[in-house]
Design a binder for this molecule. Structure first.
Ligand code: ATP
Length: 248
């Protein structure tokens, strides 16, 4: 089933064209890594998809009412803001707001437990989220998105600020969610993580989708040089492809 359908997206910010003729679709079971240089428009595209920014073109999510959209797509924004001194458990429970019971039903309790366990936050449950480290707060916010229990998850640089083990756990979690039948769109800067964990990569640069396909077809020398101005060293490991960026 198609979960996300963006067609001919055009975005202008402060009289500057940021995205032009961008189309992207995502089906259940896919974990798409959105890659591209700083400023390419990855966050912009996610905000547009959710109807949070004005644009021309079509987004199936932006066409939905707020309640339906909140039950279809969870969103981890790039700015990891926790506004109040709530416990991790209460923060994660906020993900349940779109559902009947607003955090207090049996379903809510189960979804909150699952999210806390999958992010390894059991020992932080009663802690004030504002007093966690940056990486721990990030995991709590991913748990909030997971508790929303939506078929689609949009995550803006979910692995940013996580230690290497937590980066692997985070990417592994998203891969598992896709294997369980959800769809995940996540912006990723680490090309090796993107290559190993994503089912598909979409490379945004020069206002367009420069490449869209399986990782080995997108991460070509020519594309990486064009989009990032780098060359790379590739190492095949038993765990998949490792990519070392090098100056051109
Ligand atoms: N509030 C804003 N007003 C005007 N321009 C903006 C605003 N926010 C972002 N931009 C511009 O839009 C472009 C795309 O930004 P965006 O944050 O979507 O890029 P990105 O690919 O997510 O980058 P990064 O990898 O650095 O997170 C950039 O050129 C940026 O300067």
């Amino acid at each position: 089933m198609m979960l996300l359908s963006l067609k001919n997206i055009h975005v202008t910010r402060r009289n500057r064209v940021i995205l032009d003729q961008v189309s992207l679709s995502l089906k259940e079971g896919e974990f798409i890594g959105l890659i591209g240089p700083n400023g390419a428009g990855k966050s912009t595209l996610m905000e547009v998809a959710l109807g949070l920014l004005s644009f021309t073109g079509q987004s199936n999510l932006a066409q939905m009412g707020a309640a339906e959209r909140a039950r279809t797509a969870a969103y981890l924004p790039q700015a990891r803001e926790i506004a109040w001194p709530v416990s991790v458990e209460d923060l994660v429970a906020l993900g349940r707001i779109p559902w009947p019971g607003s955090g207090r039903s049996q379903n809510d309790a189960e979804a909150i437990d699952i999210a806390i366990n999958r992010l390894g936050l059991q020992n932080f449950r009663k802690r004030t989220a504002l007093r966690l480290s940056g990486g721990e707060q990030n995991r709590a916010l991913i748990a909030r998105a997971l508790a929303q229990d939506t078929p689609l998850l949009l995550a803006d640089e979910p692995a940013a600020g996580l230690d290497p083990a937590q980066q692997l756990a985070c990417m592994g979690l998203f891969r598992d969610l896709a294997r369980e039948g959800r769809g995940v769109l996540a912006s990723v800067h680490d090309l090796g993580l993107a290559a190993r964990y994503c089912t598909r990569l979409v490379l945004l640069a020069e206002k367009h989708v420069l490449a869209d396909g399986v990782p080995e077809d997108v991460l070509t020398d020519a594309m990486l040089h064009r989009a990032f101005g780098i060359r790379v060293r590739r190492v095949q490991t038993p765990d998949g492809l490792a990519i070392l960026p090098l100056p051109a």
